[in-house]
Design a protein around this ligand. Sequence first.
Ligand code: ADP
Ligand code: MG
Length: 394
Amino acid sequence: MASKYGSKTRKSANSASTSTTTSSKKYLETSAECQTSPASSSVRSKNHHQYFYSESPPVETEKLKENVTVTVRFRPLSPKEIRQGEEIAWYADGETVVRSEHNPSIAYAYDRVFGPTTTTRHVYDVAAQHVVNGAMEGINGTIFAYGVTSSGKTHTMHGDQRSPGIIPLAVKDAFSIIQETPSREFLLRVSYIEIYNEVVNDLLNPAGQNLRIREDHQGVFVEGVKEEVVLSPAHALSLIAAGEEHRHVGSTNFNLLSSRSHTIFTLTIESSPCGENSEGEAVNLSQLHLIDLAGSESSKAETTGVRRKEGAYINKSLLTLGTVISKLTEGRSTHIPYRDSKLTRLLQSSLSGHGRVSLICTVTPASSNTEETHNTLKFAHRAKCIEIQAAQNK
Ligand code: ADP
Ligand code: MG
């Protein structure tokens, strides 16, 4: 793991990608149709409650391979919601479809739908591991958790001791890959930033406030962001813990405010072949961005000016993100509006080209959130328009 890159000079992480070309052609052929209305198909009757709370492990599913994948993850009803007599409004109908309990003709298809008993480990294996592996091979990767507050974004990305999230699993995998690849030397660096009200703050450096996003011939970057070389998974994770202390949020209402900013944990991976005959062989340089997005709830009901302003910024950046991902999945070379938000702007180098993207949309089945969940489902559907029949035949 020793590095031969002493210097910390910035290089483009927009590396020339050699990713295998995966095709979403099957979906493109139906995209016009599914942009206008959710696809519907025959309804299968099912005891949803039994389905939701079955203890059986999830069926073994194939890992996703396409460059842009969109998945939906249900969380279980919380004990409080169960006590309050909440009902199921949306359910996973098989492995690729989400259906409305109240109006079964409303249904949407995705690359994969994870039911409420699915573990984060399984979500990682199916929807994240290929992105992490790619990043270790020099292909940029970005993984997003999108959803309303309390839908399970942080549970999915960070997790806890009992159920580690995608970030700790990815970091662990990255170091395992290094151990298993003696033919290459690696250097791993991490940065951790927050975007709050379109302002970029450095969570690893309290003095790094309102950082600028710049672009040079090597790509887009955050000027002056602190990057720390990491030597072990524990080291990387301790930096996240330290970064959390620097969140913009006040301690008084951490949960409410933490949902108003996007956090981006970035692993920059540099590797080169070792050995005497490696002169002139390519150095791989790539970035893996792991992102816990701000809550996507609509801000219409917000009464104070501060909350409304936050809401407007969040809406704009999430809307832009949806547009950017849908353009990427359509695979057209039309104008992609990266510059419309700080979030997409600073991810531009990773999203463009052949970078791998995994959008994981978290939802609650609870009926009190029917509308907000529907908004998330529509967002995910717009990001990647998959026709139900195609998804079920996949
Ligand atoms: P968000 O970050 O979207 O606001 P959280 O990740 O904090 O939401 O989740 C809200 C609550 O629900 C937390 O107590 C979390 O532990 C729990 N939770 C979320 N997703 C799951 C899940 N898939 N399984 C079990 N509990 C979950
Ligand atoms: Mg959260």
